[in-house]
Write a protein that binds this ligand. Structure first.
Ligand SMILES: Cc1cc2nc3c(=O)[nH]c(=O)nc-3n(C[C@H](O)[C@H](O)[C@H](O)COP(=O)(O)O)c2cc1C
Length: 310
């Protein structure tokens, strides 16, 4: 054991600043049982021949199996596979129970749902201190499009693409571009203008759409909740509710602020297609950020709404 001036806990913390993807490496033991473990030490090595590497701690139960295995598969995990990652990071547990996998010709378990998979023949195993460094020659690959799971600073994360500035958009960067309020307002105006035209073309006013959309799915809401969600003044809300009740779009039970409002089937039908249209327009607005970007943005905006709710 070599003398070292580096504290291993501090070293581990320092290394965790290097964000990595997360993989599950699988193989088969001599008894034909599937073996696998979570590993973030995966990396590329060579293009010609096609080589990759990962390292396994000698104390892992599966270390001697990987050291001797002739074949293994590296599964790069997708952003939604955190639970699977945790499962394969638990030492010794029956990791494969209830997990969806198939065996390849070598008997190596191939897990479903990974972003990318590299099937490898073991090229070489090197000793690297308390780890075995396993180099594999890639013999087959399966790559899907999507977002990968990230491990950074000891936590799971997802990667956010940094958008390069769009040369078509005039961006005279000034202090206002850094203000949340400006970005919220500009994004809102741009995203909503086309949608609001469609709402009006369908015969609803924007406040009417907001009320019916808030009640969609059969949800009953009280008067104050509806006021907060639709940015309509209480006075105008009374007027709108009376009008919409008359049209058969909603029912109001109780008086004034104690009133509970529910939309009718007729009211729900008024907005069904607008939900679909809104979702279509969101896809355009989010561009390459896609569904994961939408989830992150909505979660941030919900925090902003909660922090500023009076
Ligand atoms: C995100 C993450 C990354 C990991 N990366 C590695 C790694 O690269 N090498 C390693 O030996 N262990 C790594 N581990 C720990 C192993 O997954 C863990 O020790 C596993 O339980 C070993 O299983 P076994 O003892 O049944 O073989 C990682 C764990 C997590 C959560």
């Amino acid at each position: 054991m070599g003398q070292t001036a580096i504290d291993s806990r501090i070293l581990r913390d320092a290394l965790s600043s290097f964000a990595t993807g997360v993989t599950i490496v699988t193989t088969v033991d001599q008894a034909g049982e599937p073996v696998g473990m979570t590993a973030s030490s995966f990396n590329s090595v060579s293009m010609d021949p096609p080589l990759i590497l990962w390292s396994v701690t000698k104390t892992a139960l599966s270390a001697p199996i990987f050291q001797q295995a002739k074949h293994f598969s590296v599964h790069v995990l997708a952003a939604d596979q955190m639970t699977l990652s945790n499962r394969f990071a638990r030492s010794g547990a029956d990791k494969f129970e209830g997990v969806d996998y198939q065996l390849d010709d070598q008997g190596v378990p191939l897990l479903s749902g990974a972003l990318t998979r590299f099937d490898c023949r073991t090229w070489s195993v090197y000793e690297g201190g308390d780890h075995w460094i396993i180099v594999g020659e890639v013999t087959n690959m399966e790559a899907n499009k999507g977002e990968g799971l990230v491990f950074s600073g000891g936590s799971y994360a997802t990667a956010t693409t940094i958008q390069p500035p769009n040369p078509d958009v005039q961006n005279d960067d000034g202090p206002i571009e850094d203000l949340l309020i400006y970005n919220l307002a500009r994004a809102y105006v741009q995203v909503s203008s086309k949608f609001h035209n469609a709402v009006e073309e369908s015969g609803l006013s924007i406040p009417q759409w907001r009320i019916l959309a808030s009640l969609h799915g059969g949800k009953a809401r009280n008067f104050a909740d509806l006021v907060a969600r639709t940015f309509v003044s209480p006075k105008k809300m009374h007027h709108l509710l009376a009008q919409m009740q008359k049209a058969g779009w909603l029912t109001v039970e109780g008086e004034n602020s104690a009133a509970m409002i529910t939309s009718t089937a007729q009211g729900q039908a008024q907005v069904e297609h607008l939900f679909e249209l809104g979702a279509e327009q969101e896809v355009v607005a989010l561009g390459e950020a896609g569904k994961p970007g939408q989830e992150r943005l909505i979660s941030l905006l919900r925090a902003v709404i909660a922090n500023t709710n009076e």
